[in-house]
Every structure is written in C-alpha cells, then in structure tokens.
Design a protein around this ligand. Sequence first.
Ligand code: 13P
Ligand code: SF4
Length: 365
Amino acid sequence: MNILATLQRNIMIPEKYKQMSSEELEDRVIDLKKQLGSRLFIPGHHYQKDEVIQFADATGDSLKLAQLSAANTEAEFIVFCGVHFMAETADILTSENQKVVLPDMRAGCSMADMADIQQTERAWGKLQAIFGDTILPLTYVNSTAAIKAFVGANGGATVTSSNAETMVKWAFEKKERILFLPDQHLGRNTAADLDVGLDEMAIWNPINDSLEYEGDVSKIKVILWKGHCSVHENFTVQNVSDIRSQYPDMNIIVHLECRREIVELSDKAGSTSYIINAIEKAELGSAWAIGTEMNLVNRLIKNHPDKHIISLNPHMCPCLTMNRIDLPHLVWSLDTLEETNNIIKVSPEIAKNAKLALERMLTIS
Ligand code: 13P
Ligand code: SF4
C-alpha cells in the first residue's frame, strides 16, 4: 500500500460514516458509550457543535478541561472534542496508560501555529541579549506542547483566558518583565487591566525576528508575541458602533482574545465560561451582543429564549478547526478506539517540561 493510501486509510474518515443519517450516528454513540462505561471520557469545549457537545461527559473552557483531564485517572480512552493543543494538554496531564484521541487530526488552532519552537528560541536569545535575565515567559494554553515545554524549562507557566490576570501577577512577582506567547490580544488586555501602560508593552515579530517598540526599551514590561485568533480578530470597532446606535440598551460582552479597542468599548470581557455565566445571571429580558465564536453564541441564543442575544458581528462564522469535530468523526473515533491512529501522544522529553508549566498554573488557579 502506498503512503497516500495508508494515510487515507488511517487518517481520513471512511466514507460509510459520512453516509449514515444523524439518527444512526446518534444511536451508535449512545450504544458505544453504554458499552464502554467509565473506560471512556468525552470532554467537550464550549466552541464545539451541538451535535457533538450533546454527548460530552463534561463541557468547559480550556482551564476546566485541563483540570478535568488532570483529575481523571479512571478513563482508558479520552476522546477529546476540542482542538489539538487541548488534546495535547490532556495527554500531558494524564497517565501513560490513558489514550487521548482527537476525532479529526486536522482540528488545529491557527493561533497556536503562530509560534513555533525555532522562532521562540531565536526570540529568547535576542531578548536575553537586550534585557538579560529579567524576563519570565508565559504561554496561553493555545500553544503547542513544545512551546509549553520551553516556557516550563525557563521557569514560566501556562495561562488560560480565565486565569490570565492571576498568572501575570504571579509572573511579575518573579521577574521584571514578561514574554507573553502567542496571543498578543490576551496579553495586552490582561496587562492593561493590571495597569501596565500600553507604552510599556512591546511586540515581538517572529516573522522578521524583531522587537517592535519606539522609545527607551528599559521601560518595557511586557513583550507580546505577534499572534492572534483569526476568529476573534473579526470583531471590529464598526460592529460595536453599529450595536450602540441600533440597540442603545444592549450590553456588549466579548472574549479577551478580541483586540484591545473592542474590549475597551465593550461592557464586559472574559473567557468563554465568564461569558456563559454572565448570560446565565443576566436579568430576564436583558439584551446582549456577544463577541465570541458562533457555535457558543448560537447555543446561548437557544438556551436563553427569555433574553435578547445576538452576535456582535452579524456575519460571524464558527471556528473552522473546532468545527472539524462533527458527529461522523466522533462515531468513527469511538468505533475504532483500539486501533485508531488519531492518538495524541506528546514525547516524554517535551511532556516533562510542558507539565511543569501546566502544573504551575493548576496549582495557582
Ligand atoms: P477559553 O475557553 O479558555 O475561553 O478559550 C477560548 C478559545 O479560544 C479556545 O480555543
Ligand atoms: Fe484557535 Fe481561535 Fe479557534 Fe480558539 S477560536 S481554537 S484560538 S482559532
């Protein structure tokens, strides 16, 4: 068998799953979950499709899913309904005999891909040459295991959007400066909320290996990696002004991956769990424009018919990589658990230091 055929056999979903009806697929998941019992655990991120999330044993934001993975010692198979970096995190935090499966190996994250280890090592060398040993690296969990390992090996920690403030404060107790990877917006929003001036933040450009900053570099407290989420960058100042003029009483709530100007113009900002809790606690009849991924916004609209909820951007799409996990891929992965090639396995050398970074965060959060 040639390489392409092997890849197709192992990685591409067999046609028969695409031909099955929704009822057949749903019945199959119900059967398989019954058969496997506590040997199987299905965590699902809030951005997953409804057709998948209905079968999740637990749903959560990145922090909660990391905590749940660390706590689960029972399941032999963890079928992760989320994206690649989340499945890597689950593998790092679970034991050797637990298998983490990603139903579609193409479910990556464009933000995580914006920082690779070679770029990061080059950046670190140059930054050390400018600032000496004054920098602590922090990485958003939306990063590869190799980046987490780099951060762990250099005394730093991971952060999520629900604990970024706590982690940035922790980092400043240790060092004078922070290198924040790979999401410039979460880094900027968090540091600004902790009263770091925008003029005390520089950008590291990994494409041309340069520090983007005008002025006296000794003033820099935060170095932001030039990465972003391609979903959350689609919310614009124009979207905010359209909502303000069309619906003057509407509240605007956005994810911290949105650009600084959007967060500043909004009423509230936080992680996916923060957004869900705010909508749950909101008064009946209140009105909300939400700036985050569309599967979550649609679920909130459906679950809260007593509130007026819309997307901050009327032309918003779901996260395409999160959407790769669909019901056919879930059934395929459950059907082939014993022989699947969709296993996420981080090498022991990388896992060791990545775990240090994750555990520093989990201890504090
Ligand atoms: P949280 O669920 O941690 O808010 O993260 C959002 C996200 O972009 C996950 O990819
Ligand atoms: Fe990555 Fe953005 Fe999709 Fe989250 S929403 S998985 S950060 S591309």
